[in-house]
Unconditional design. Structure first.
Length: 153
């Protein structure tokens, strides 16, 4: 079992979110609230506030990219077999609607083969509070042999 998944199972969602933000401090800029993490699935809530808005008063595009990388990374970490590690290699995004509310970012592994090395495409969808899909990303993860090393917290 991955250390990330083990930590999630031992903490409440708020504690886990704070831990992730200590490991990767940039995620703290979006104040993610984990809803669920299990092998093959990760979901976080991003609460809309002034600090996350663009000049139009909607959630900034890069906030959604940040949330997408967070759920894709935690999902793949919770899913990969021991002895495999990952790192994001690229991201293709689509902005589908104005993000005017709180957001839920979801990474669902579906049929992606995560048992072998190579580039793996992880799809992420982000929904507003009306369940409108406002964003989609395909994140290319480079999966290789070896253990993922995280910084000490």
């Amino acid at each position: 079992m991955s250390q990330v998944l083990q930590a999630y199972q031992q903490m409440d969602n708020e504690q886990f979110g704070k831990l992730i933000c200590k490991i990767a401090p940039y995620f703290d800029t979006i104040s993610p609230e984990f809803i669920k993490l299990e092998p093959g699935y990760s979901e976080v809530l991003i609460r809309k506030h002034h600090g996350l808005e663009n000049h139009l008063g909607t959630v900034h595009a890069i906030v959604m990219c940040n949330a997408a990388e967070l759920v894709a990374g935690t999902m793949i970490d919770a899913t990969l077999e021991k002895g495999l590690r990952w790192i994001p290699k690229g991201m293709n995004v689509q902005y589908l609607a104005k993000a005017k509310t709180d957001l839920r970012a979801i990474a669902n592994h579906n049929d992606t083969d995560l048992t072998t090395e190579g580039d793996k495409v992880i799809g992420v969808d982000i929904f507003d509070t009306h369940n409108t899909r406002v964003f989609h990303a395909d994140i290319i993860m480079d999966v290789k042999s070896g253990e993922l090393k995280t910084r000490d917290v």
